[in-house]
Write a protein that binds this ligand. Structure first.
Ligand code: PRP
Ligand code: MN
Ligand code: MG
Length: 179
């Protein structure tokens, strides 16, 4: 698995520092609110697990599983809901937790869907943001960091369902995805 990685972009330590900072920001902004963290599986699994423990105010959690990339490196644009939330959103201040904001299609779809369920508020928290790739208008209130346009894997991010369990984030060797 390590052999497939061309370069490590974000080490475990770098990611941990970004997660702590974002956790502090959310803790500060939601102290007087009714925070519900909504993790978008599968990519956000590692970020969610670490972020919720970097938040020191009361928070509830729920999970939703969606997919739009399938096994390719480009979004299909069709967001498929594999598992929906359990919690009724009325009265909650939602923070959607994502690993990466790329074309924006996934989050654009999700924000609309969740707003339709009449929560108090909906914001986005993403570990990585690729603003140059945006195809629809979506903005995250909380961002770990902005990144250049390279196909990255690790810390939840996959290529064809692989590499999610890497503790760091790196760039795949182009020959792996046939470039
Ligand atoms: C990836 C990623 C985001 C989304 C971002 O999920 O985890 O959810 O794509 O891309 P977008 O901004 O272009 O919509 P994917 O569909 O690969 O499912 P996964 O989280 O299970 O890997
Ligand atoms: Mn995802
Ligand atoms: Mg994926």
């Amino acid at each position: 698995m390590l052999n497939d990685i061309q370069e490590i972009l974000y080490s475990e330590e770098t990611i941990a520092a970004m997660v702590k900072r974002v956790g502090r920001e959310i803790s500060r902004d939601y102290a007087d609110k009714n925070l519900l963290l909504v993790s978008v599986l599968k990519g956000s699994v590692a970020f969610m697990a670490d972020l919720m423990r970097a938040i020191d105010i009361p928070a509830r959690i729920d999970f939703m599983s969606v997919s739009s990339y399938g096994s390719g490196t480009k979004t299909s644009g069709v967001v498929k809901i594999i598992k929906d939330l359990d919690i009724n959103l009325k009265g909650y201040d939602i923070v959607i937790v994502e690993d990466i904001l790329d074309s924006g299609k996934t989050l654009h779809y999700l924000v609309d869907l969740l707003k339709g369920r009449e929560p108090n508020s909906v914001e986005i928290c993403t570990l990585f943001d690729k603003p140059e790739r945006r195809e629809v208008d979506v903005h995250a209130k909380y961002i770990g960091c902005a990144i250049p346009d390279a196909f990255i894997v690790g810390y939840g991010l996959d290529y064809d369902e692989k590499y999610r369990n890497l503790p760091f984030v790196g760039v795949l060797k182009p020959e792996i995805y046939g470039a």
